[in-house]
Design a protein around this ligand. Sequence first.
Ligand SMILES: [Zn+2]
Length: 138
Amino acid sequence: MTTPHEGISLARLLREAGLRATRPRRVLAELLFAKGNRHVTAEMLYEETMAAQAHVSLATVYNTLNQLTEAGLLRQVGIDGSKSFFDTNMGEHHHYFLQDKDAILDIPADAAVPLELPPPPEGFEIARVDVVVRLRPR
Ligand SMILES: [Zn+2]
């Protein structure tokens, strides 16, 4: 199985991120990376492992998502300080949050407007800007 990461194998992707390619990590990496870019919560991914009868605990799903985020393979997008989505698209982009569906979507690059940002305080630089535009059905 290959990945969007230059066609390298999932096992190699994990090893290059400094993670042993254990069975649960390979199962989760395949769900995350084998089908193009995705936004998932830990609960969504856990349900997918259940549907695939992969027998991975929810705690392992949480731990692995955090390890992949620390390794730079996932980006965490927080909503309301309680809900976290994990994004496989590491490129610079912003999100729509669909309030009625509890889902996030990428804002297409050509739909994004440049932001006027305040200068950072003395001694700081801007590391990243996360914009979440909340949508509700009309
Ligand atoms: Zn995204």
